[in-house]
Design a protein around this ligand. Structure first.
Ligand code: NAG
Ligand code: NAG
Ligand code: NAG
Ligand code: NAG
Ligand code: NAG
Ligand code: NAG
Ligand code: NAG
Ligand code: NAG
Ligand code: NAG
Ligand code: NAG
Length: 406
């Protein structure tokens, strides 16, 4: 019989599986109410609970105690991380909680680089908590630069929302995650807004926000530049709204990867609008593997009002995605269906001639594709702007003639 612990282990294993998809460097593993709170009765200040703001002393216990005290309290308790730098290892923010907890981050959390501590695969994990808020103007610093070159460890995601219903993350900065900056899994009703996410362009797998198996998720009004996707929308995503994102450097805003693991669910109802994408390898993208273990469909997708600035593949559907040629049993047997995808009002410049690439499968061609007012020009020589399309069916209207491949 499955115990709660077993369930939690399965959940974590799934979140780890979800994150290795598309990894440019997929890694394998080697192997009660707290006392002392004063001030406002519903505020648990980590310094009052023993945290040291010197960026060196391990403050994990004080932050964990603050969470447990707040989570055990009805009403609207706050965990306060005041100004200063606080070093911590994994933080287990598990619910259910009695009230609606806010984590107010004014200072900086520094993620410990003692990797064996992260045996669960995440740094700050909010698990099974409803109506949670993470806000403030502070910083979640994963200190990833020291461990990105480590070859043998599953590196932890920085901020994880697992099985969360109704959550908001706003105002904060996330920098140099060891792996993904924010990972949203099996959650509903989450808004991520007004955040800034940065890591250098050559940092591996540092996706800004990854979404998987989640419904009703909004990512808005944020600036994201990392070494991987600014935002990646994985299997099981439904009713996702991305709006007002400045993205770059990185790999753009992607749906995928799809078709990598068993028992994936469909992706449907995704809107990406009002974004500027600059200096990235891709603009707006759908990517799927061919070594598919479960037949799924990605449909009802709209990318609109997007400005590209020096993007290598501004509009791209790639059903033969396989970055490291590590695809197990690659048979060219695609079972991901892509249909009803609209690209509307996409403008700006491409850093390669191929401004549009629709590379669909001959077994399951993409259908219901629309290229409406797609006018992206190759910055090197606009006469060379071109589209590369295969097995894509649909309509083109108002787009550059060279790009109207449907
Ligand atoms: C996290 O906290 C929950 C609830 O307090 C507990 O049941 C669980 O065992 C903890 N998990 C870890 C990995 O410490
Ligand atoms: C953070 O969220 C709480 C709860 O919604 C709210 O009361 C507070 O004003 C917010 N703080 C900031 C800095 O946005
Ligand atoms: C990681 O692997 C690469 C290539 O396989 C190797 O060049 C590098 O030295 C390894 N780094 C570490 C820290 O083991
Ligand atoms: C989440 O928010 C919605 C809308 O405000 C509300 O109807 C729903 O009950 C909330 N869910 C939880 C688990 O609190
Ligand atoms: C965005 O967050 C910053 C803190 O990082 C805050 O000062 C600012 O008021 C927020 N802007 C909006 C529109 O909420
Ligand atoms: C684009 O990104 C690359 C890689 O980070 C960087 O070297 C280059 O300076 C950037 N170019 C612009 C115009 O920002
Ligand atoms: C993002 O900003 C726009 C323009 O200011 C605003 O209309 C929209 O409501 C904001 N989105 C969110 C989720 O706050
Ligand atoms: C096209 O998108 C741009 C932003 O890239 C926006 O300013 C403009 O209003 C949009 N045009 C239409 C007709 O919606
Ligand atoms: C693809 O896989 C399906 C299911 O395993 C199989 O029925 C079909 O024959 C395969 N097609 C090709 C072209 O290999
Ligand atoms: C594009 O082609 C036209 C006509 O062949 C030529 O006049 C123009 O200079 C070319 N533009 C560029 C940027 O090469």
């Amino acid at each position: 019989m499955a115990t709660m612990d077993n369930v939690a282990v399965v959940v974590r294993a799934l979140s780890i599986l979800a994150v290795v998809c598309g990894a440019a460097h997929a890694k394998r593993p080697a192997g009660g109410a707290a006392p002392g709170t004063t001030g406002h009765p519903a505020t648990f200040d980590v310094v009052e609970l023993g945290a040291t703001a010197d960026g060196k002393t391990d403050s994990t216990k004080a932050v964990q105690d603050a969470w447990e005290a707040a989570c055990g309290m009805a009403g609207e308790p706050t965990v306060l991380i005041p100004e200063g730098e606080f070093l911590t290892g994994p933080l287990n923010f598990t619910g259910p909680c009695k009230g609606h907890v806010t984590v107010q981050l004014d200072g900086t959390l520094l993620g410990s680089n003692d990797l064996p501590k992260y045996n669960q695969g995440n740094w700050i994990e909010i698990l099974k908590v409803d109506n949670v808020v993470v806000n403030g103007s502070g910083t979640i610093d994963g200190q990833g630069a020291d461990v990105w070159s480590d070859n043998y460890t599953v590196l932890p995601n920085s901020l994880v929302l697992d099985f969360v219903n109704n959550g908001t993350v706003s105002g904060i900065k996330l920098v140099n995650a060891k792996f993904f900056h924010i990972n949203v899994y099996k959650s509903t009703g989450i808004t991520i807004k007004n955040v800034t996410i940065t890591a250098v362009a050559d940092s591996p797998n540092t996706d800004g926000v990854h979404i998987g198996d989640s419904t009703d998720i909004t990512v808005a009004n944020s600036s994201i530049g990392t070494g991987d996707d600014c935002i990646s929308i994985g299997p099981g995503s439904d009713h996702i709204a991305v709006q007002g994102i400045s993205c770059g450097p990185g790999q753009g805003i992607s749906i995928g990867c799809l078709g990598r693991f068993k028992d994936e669910q469909d992706v449907t109802d995704v809107t990406v609008r009002d974004c500027v994408i600059h200096n990235t390898t891709n603009g707006v993208r759908i990517k799927s593997y061919e070594d598919v273990l479960s037949p799924i469909t990605a449909s009802k997708v709209v990318f609109e009002n997007i400005r590209m600035e020096g993007v290598a593949n501004p509009v791209i559907v790639d059903q033969k995605y396989c970055p490291e040629k590590t695809c197990i049993d690659k048979k060219g047997n695609n079972t991901v269906t892509i249909k009803d995808v609209t690209f509307r009002n996409i403008t700006g410049t491409s850093s390669t001639p191929e401004a549009v690439s629709l590379l669909c499968s001959d077994q399951l061609p993409c259908s219901g594709m629309e290229l409406l007012d797609v006018n992206v020009e190759y910055a090197g020589n606009d006469n060379k702007t071109m589209a590369v399309c295969a097995n894509a069916q649909g309509t083109s209207k108002g787009s550059l003639e060279a790009l109207a491949c449907l």
